[in-house]
Design a protein around this ligand. Structure first.
Ligand code: KG4
Ligand code: ZN
Length: 347
């Protein structure tokens, strides 16, 4: 069975072809057209610009994906319907619906967060032993999700303000590092001392599985200011090491909270496996430290993370969700697929 995935929820245009055979999933093609250069001057994604770029890029992406996969026979189309930016979602959803109508193929709408979770099933070692705890950390979401079986979720906790990736992006902005912040902060952090700044770990000991990152971002701002004011004017901002030290200190504060809550939830719900996913799961330090903590604190659980390229937005993960959907696809399914910017994982 071969599924065509379409993803345009934010600023990446993604088209992928995935095959399922007796050995598991095989990525036939996974084309991603990034818009980073377009949005970088604005310090964040501009929704209408993103939609315009999706419109420009989606057809070339499809052509490339089909060519790379050697034009296989497609059985089903899977498209992200939300959550995301509505101008962006509408491009992918309408494009996919038009394809479904034109090719007379069934189509199903997929939740983007579910896509991030299922990126883990594209790695060869993935298991089907439930319950699984999944920490989804992206630019728009930070959620601890308990997965009881395929497609059955319980939301244990989520961010009350900024998402983890959003915090990386905003701190990068405060440090004048550019956009998107996550990859740049993690690079800078490699040369920095994570203990250089004593930043708070918001909600780390709270009696729930929620997160908060906006206070951490403000703490970075105040630390930068006080560092400025108690030294000869401005010089220290450009002092060697300050940016890397702040990047490392912020990154460690965020990682500490994410790990502590994940381990606590995994113990409380006695999960068999722990998974990480979403753009922030591409963070090397988070990957390394989470793996170490799971090994130490949950010796009977396995830990899974998608390959780097499958952590950030892509259509391969969207197609993979579709393989696990049990409900039969209705006739003329293109009439029923609609974008929904606020789509929830759990209805
Ligand atoms: O999943 P994603 O591609 O898009 C959303 O669904 O939001 O995630 C993008 C987010 C951005 O905030 C970006 O800064 C963050 O993931 N990110 C990282 C890293 N790579 C991307 N954050 C921390 N470390 C990274 N290496
Ligand atoms: Zn995403």
């Amino acid at each position: 069975m071969i599924i065509l995935g379409v993803e345009t929820s934010c600023d990446d245009t993604g088209i992928a072809l995935i095959e399922k055979n007796s050995k598991g999933f095989r990525i036939l093609s996974n084309v991603i057209s990034s818009q980073i250069k377009i949005h970088a001057p604005y310090g964040g994604v501009v929704p209408n610009l993103a939609a315009r770029e999706h419109l420009k890029n989606i057809e070339p992406c499809l052509k490339q994906a089909l060519k790379q996969a050697k034009h296989p026979k497609i059985d089903l189309i899977a498209v992200t319907i939300g959550p995301g930016l509505i101008p962006s979602l509408l491009v992918g959803v309408n494009f996919a619906k038009a394809l479904a109508y034109n090719w007379q193929k069934p189509i199903i709408g997929i939740n983007h967060i579910e896509g991030h979770i299922y990126a883990n099933w594209l790695s060869a070692a993935m298991t089907n032993k439930f319950p699984i705890l999944c920490l989804v950390v992206s630019g728009g979401h930070t959620q601890l999700v308990l997965m009881k079986s395929h497609g059955k979720y319980q939301l244990l906790g989520q961010t009350r303000d900024d998402a983890a990736g959003e915090a990386f992006d905003k701190v990068a902005k405060l440090l004048n590092l550019g956009y998107p912040g996550g990859p740049i902060i993690s690079q800078k952090a490699k040369q920095g001392n994570p203990k250089a700044f004593d930043l708070p770990r918001p909600m780390i000991n709270s009696n729930n599985f929620d997160f908060s990152f906006s206070g951490l971002k403000t703490a970075v701002l105040h630390s930068l200011r006080s560092d400025l004011f108690d030294t000869p004017f401005c010089k220290r901002v450009y002092q060697k090491g300050l940016t890397s030290n702040m990047a490392a200190s912020f990154q460690q504060a965020a990682i500490d909270v994410l790990i502590k809550k994940t381990i606590k939830a995994a113990k409380e719900y006695k999960v068999k496996n722990v998974m990480l996913s979403g753009g922030v799961a591409a963070n090397q330090e988070l990957r390394k430290q989470m793996a170490q903590s799971v090994k130490k604190e949950l010796p009977n659980s396995n830990f899974y993370i998608p390959d780097y390229i499958l952590c950030t937005d892509n259509a391969a993960m969207i197609a993979t969700v579709a393989f696990h959907k049990k409900k039969p696809v209705p006739k003329q399914s293109w009439l029923q697929v609609e974008a929904n910017a606020n789509l929830k994982l759990i209805a």
